[in-house]
Design a protein around this ligand. Sequence first.
Ligand code: ZN
Length: 294
Amino acid sequence: MPELPEVEVVRAGLEQHVVGRTFVGVDVLHPRAVRSHVGQDLSLLLDAALIRSARRRGKFLWLELSRKIPGTGDQWAEPTEALVVHLGMSGQMLVTEPDAVTSTHLRIRARLSGGVDLNFVDQRTFGRWELVALVDDSHGEYPAGVPASAAHIAQDPLESSFNAQAVAKDIKRRQSPIKQVLLNQEVIAGIGNIYADEALWAAGVRPRRKAAGLSGVGVERIIHAAREVMERALEAGGTSFDVLYVNVNGASGYFSRSLNVYGREGRPCVRCETPIQRVVVGGRSSHFCPECQR
Ligand SMILES: [Zn+2]
């Protein structure tokens, strides 16, 4: 499952290679990849739409689309719709020369202006493309708005207008274990199981601690730790886009993360050598060091 850093790399690649291009044709090769549009032709829906920008909030990825204003020649209206890309478990966005992808897992092939294909390859077909209206961004980060289906999602720690203090206040209102609160995308976006465990280890807080029992400073320290571990992962996965090929989300494209606690049950803590323990919090595996996290 791609985490925020992987999705950010996909976004950055799309920004570089498809922004400014228009859709000139879309072939849907598997109905599940467009299952939100039953009975509708995605090819018609996307026809002639201009890709204005590639955006992300948490693990939510979308392309802002705009349409030509009829009768104006070359004037484009402000974006009112987005193509939301759900990567699912194994979705990949590949930007290639025409017909370069021959994979049997190719689900959608979009022809873009300038002679490139934007391909959606998805082995397990949990992913999909979905055209969604843009609505006001209540957080004010994105002037064109956010997809209606993402309107309930909180800001992620990598957004420029992210307010750690305000989010810490919200977190401190919660009676659930801190680990569970960190995974709640309506409180703070983009933190998955891996980065929640890593952030709590870095901040020295046990996953089962009740959020409301933590100090404001302590919660802010956790938020900063989460931002830091994700930024570090992003740097480690810093793929270059010299070639016209964005393939960052396939099995081989996952970042090799250097993890301190996640998945290290029974192995010595890298800080104090105490064996890492695993507990289940809110139905999710949680790894921590009993010595460093008190
Ligand atoms: Zn330790």
